[in-house]
Design a protein around this ligand. Sequence first.
Ligand code: AMP
Length: 147
Amino acid sequence: MISVNNRALLDMPISEFIISSEKVAHVQSGNSAEHALLVLTKTGYSSIPVLDMKYRLQGLLSTKMITEAILGLERIEYEKLSDIRVEEVMDPAVVYLKLSDTFQRALDLVINHAFLCVVDEDGTFVGIMTRRIILKQLKKYIYQHNA
Ligand code: AMP
């Protein structure tokens, strides 16, 4: 049975585990779906953050959201891509972390999300925290405290 004094880990601030915004692929809400599909395909990520011109978080966009929007009855209507804006197809109901949140909140939320966007007190996007980072940190902590 794993036994750790886990309060120390759960209370840790998330700030040191964030992939900072300049390393995160994103699109802007006014971009075309064509541009967004290009970014998603080239980066290989299935979902990326959508930001406005002031770097505020607007939603998440996945390849599936774009392909569903251009799915015709008998074929995929690629010609529609340039007319569709990201804001029309993104999911605006994004679950996010605040910079002041602790590891515990991140742990609770990553159960249902592969990554979480992080915003500062002004709502500005500062980066993401991935399930991979959280699991790595959890593993390190458990191994260190059960050696
Ligand atoms: P990973 O844990 O690296 O497999 O990442 C999980 C998910 O987080 C990816 O599928 C992406 O949706 C997102 N993600 C991770 N790193 C980045 C990044 N640098 N830019 C944009 N999205 C990312």
